[in-house]
Design a protein around this ligand. Structure first.
Ligand code: ZN
Length: 430
């Protein structure tokens, strides 16, 4: 789910209609992986999943996750245009070189009785969103008139239809895309595309939200703007490095240089950042990823008298700092020249440069998720020297926008400071 942060202009809510209560109760929401059972991240299985009235596959024998697509239009988009956006997003996740998982278009969503392609609408959606009678299709539903999603500016939602607790795997998931917002909120194809790049990340991992640069770019509660930067300058430098799974979209403040071309942060989540790529790679690592990347593990402890209490739900961020300083010096810019925009309206990722390496080579983890109470492990780090800091999680990152295992985010006992040695450490990955 992604929310528009500051003025809630539009909200993308995770509505657990098909996320059965039993699944929620037996799992823990987590930073990195979305679902953790008994300390282990839940994954897509690597073997065939087949069944239902059509005897169809959600995962084929080679471990590819197959999704099926609605036959109807999506608001102002034709079926062909909307399907191309879906395929584009899944290709982004398939093409992460360090992650060994593939997503493929398995064809049209089929009626479980007739076997014919279906335009899914509010009148027949129940057939495809039932956990009790699953159809084994991983349906990607175009809610063209918004009647499945309902009121409230929700852009869409995803969920799981089947999970197998014995193998700790997802067997079937779905995504509903609300086409009505394309017509009534005058959202461009690009804005829609970028929001669903975020949403499909939840489906692909399944991945949780994450926080590293986004909260600084948004100048939200708990964020620390680097010394020498105004809020507008912080947006211009950090927003292009916003993590795809950051749960909020936020507006460019007055005075931002990027504002005319990119009025909000959403433009920058249409490409994948390192933390998102790593999060998927941690679940489905290639041999090269395991061999070439390092990890930093530690525990966050609260000292009370003589005792040390492990604290879960703390966001820990590792940034590479031996290419350029962190924070970057005032005057550093994300784009050295005007960014290239692709045919769908998505800007390229900022070019690699030493001055911004600490914003690009960054990864995060929340303590107490899948490595024990108070413990974090930040994986997928290329060689270099890293600054490890704890970062206050945005207090609005709860419920469907949650980050990590806590129901409510609590303020850090000690405010983050650039110079505080108690919350910063430097590690070297060789
Ligand atoms: Zn989300």
């Amino acid at each position: 789910m992604m929310k528009h942060g500051l003025n809630a202009r539009w909200i993308l809510a995770l509505i657990g209609i098909a996320f059965s209560v039993a699944l929620v109760c037996s799992s823990v929401k987590a930073g990195g992986p979305l679902v953790v059972l008994n300390g282990q991240a839940t994954r897509w299985p690597r073997a065939e999943v087949r069944g239902g009235p059509l005897n169809s596959q959600t995962v084929d024998a080679s471990g590819r996750v197959l999704y099926r697509v609605d036959s109807g239009p999506l608001g102002t988009l034709t079926n062909k245009q909307a399907t191309a956006l879906v395929d584009r997003i899944f290709n982004l996740y398939t093409n992460i070189p360090t992650a060994d998982i593939h997503f493929a278009n398995g064809g049209s969503i089929l009626d479980p009785v007739t076997g014919d392609p279906v335009d899914v609408t509010s009148t027949n959606a129940g057939k495809f969103l039932s956990s009790r009678n699953p159809t084994f299709q991983n349906p990607i539903i175009f809610d063209s008139d918004g009647s499945i999603t309902g009121k409230g500016g929700v852009l869409g939602f995803f969920g799981f239809l089947q999970m197998d607790e014995t193998t700790n795997s997802i067997q079937e998931g779905f995504v509903v895309l609300n086409g009505k917002v394309l017509t009534t909120n005058s959202l461009s194809t690009a804005s829609f595309l970028r929001v669903f790049t975020h949403e499909f990340g939840h489906f692909a991992g399944p991945l949780d939200h994450e926080q590293s640069n986004g909260n600084i770019a948004s100048n939200e509660t708990g964020s620390i703007i680097p010394v020498g930067f105004s809020a507008a300058q912080a947006f211009d430098l950090y927003a292009p490095f916003t993590e795809t799974l950051f749960p909020f979209i936020f507006d460019a403040p007055a005075g931002s240089q990027l504002r005319n071309q990119f009025p909000d942060s959403g433009f920058f989540v249409g490409t994948l950042d390192m933390d998102t790529k790593d999060a998927l790679s941690n679940l489905y690592p290639t041999p090269d990823y395991l061999a070439s990347r390092g990890a930093i593990q530690g525990q966050v402890l609260l000292k009370v008298g003589d005792s040390e209490i492990p604290v879960s739900g703390i966001n820990v961020v590792a940034r590479r700092i031996d290419q350029g300083t962190y924070p970057p010096l005032p005057g550093t810019v994300a784009f050295l020249t005007t960014p290239q925009i692709d045919g769908d309206g998505i800007p390229e990722s900022p070019p690699a440069q030493p001055a911004t390496d600490s914003l690009a080579t960054v990864s995060s983890a929340v303590t107490g998720v899948d490595f024990g109470n108070g413990t974090y492990r930040i994986q997928g780090l290329p060689p270099g020297q890293y600054l490890v800091e704890i970062q206050q999680i945005n207090p609005n990152a709860i419920l469907g926008s949650g980050i990590g295992p806590l129901t409510n985010q609590f303020p850090l006992p000690i405010k983050e400071r650039r110079s505080s040695s108690t919350e910063r450490a430097v590690h070297r990955i060789r």
